[in-house]
Design a protein around this ligand. Structure first.
Ligand code: ADP
Ligand code: MG
Length: 340
């Protein structure tokens, strides 16, 4: 059993613990039992080694603790974080933890650690639309050059899938680095390992900032922040990037300021045949929120202006290769395209 399987197994157990629906099926429970023995040998030994060096305040569920410890071991060893204080959000793709900084960071007391769930490996089957035209990246956020690694990704071997997972995260880190250096409103990135990103914590006194979707703005502030979001979208376009999942859910608000977050699906405009459609969707979602806050804006008109002023062509259709026949939304889009 590799480490990712072990994580998944422990997550299943945590879910079972929470739901109180243990061991209803004998067959599954037998299979679990044998997987457990193997996982015990792998994960707990490793987690215990790490735990000797690194103890944290946050009381994780028993099995979450094991994967958290081994996920954060590199990051803690390099002194990026010294303590995990609490879980800020547990999401489908990743959980975000409030951490105390280690000796490697002197400018801030807290940082956020986004720890990707190994489960993401399974969710990644629908990532193709975003990955088009992206060169895979390694866990230092730099391009993968080794032919064997690239081949493993293409052939989807177990090792290749791990690299693919890391590359997904590396795109988030690499984008944060590029945009932060360009003066965009994003958290400062500090470090990444194969499934963790350490970045500036947005909020105050250990309390995380709300997302825009959670708050109502005064009309005058709404206008200012809308312009601010557009400025960020322009910086992204100037650096050959589309967020790909931009909405009021991925913009944090703190003290009159905003920070854009959550970049793993970032898209390269010139290289991706569906780029315009992805961009228009981002613009539409952003405008929907700001319209609800009293800002008058026309998503399509603005999108066309921004897109063409950065030298891109408006191409309405999504390439069928990037549609998922199992998804209702994608099937509807396909029907619409055919009838145009
Ligand atoms: N740097 C950060 N500072 C404070 N809170 C954060 C930070 N990054 C993420 N969060 C919190 O964690 C949540 C999930 O993070 P996000 O990157 O959007 O991952 P996902 O939506 O894929 O689970 C956010 O909605 C936000 O509440
Ligand atoms: Mg998000």
């Amino acid at each position: 059993m590799n480490l990712n399987d072990a994580y998944e197994y422990f997550e299943e157990l945590d879910d079972l613990d929470q739901n109180g629906t243990n061991q209803s099926n004998k067959k599954t429970s037998k299979r679990r039992e044998s997987r457990k023995l193997e996982a015990d040998a792998n994960l707990f030994v490793r987690a215990q080694e790490v735990a000797r060096e690194f103890k944290f305040t946050y009381k994780a569920a028993r099995f979450e603790e094991a994967w958290l410890l081994s996920s954060l071991s590199d990051i803690a060893e390099h002194q990026w974080v010294s303590d995990v204080l609490r879980k800020v959000k547990g999401g489908k793709e990743a959980s975000v933890y409030l951490c105390r900084t280690g000796l490697a960071i002197s400018e801030a007391e807290f940082v956020a650690a986004k720890v990707y769930r190994p489960r993401t490996l399974r969710n990644l089957k629908n990532d193709q639309i975003y990955r088009a035209g992206r060169i895979d990246l390694a866990d230092d956020g730099k391009k993968l050059f080794k032919e064997a690694d690239v081949n493993a990704i293409i052939k989807r071997t177990a090792y290749g899938e791990e690299l693919r997972h890391t590359s997904w995260i590396a795109y988030e880190f690499n984008t944060l680095e590029t945009l932060h250096a360009a003066g965009a409103d994003v958290p400062k990135p500090y470090a990444m390992s194969s499934n963790v990103i350490v970045m500036g914590f947005v909020g105050g006194n250990g309390a995380p900032a709300p997302t825009l979707s959670e708050i109502a703005l005064e009309p005058s502030e709404a206008r200012l922040l809308f312009d601010r979001v557009l400025r960020n979208i322009e910086i992204m376009l100037a650096h050959e990037r589309i967020h790909g999942d931009l909405s009021a859910y991925n913009i944090l608000y703190w003290d009159g300021d905003i920070k854009l977050i959550d970049f793993p699906q970032v898209t390269i405009p010139e290289a991706n045949p569906s780029a315009w459609v992805i961009f228009l969707r981002d613009m539409t979602r952003v405008c929907q929120y700001f319209q609800s806050q009293g800002v008058r804006c026309d998503a399509r008109k603005l999108a066309v202006e921004l897109w063409t002023s950065h030298g891109h062509k408006v191409i309405e259709d999504v390439h069928p290769r990037h549609l998922d026949a199992e998804k209702k939304e994608d099937r509807r889009l396909w029907e619409k395209q055919k009838s145009r």
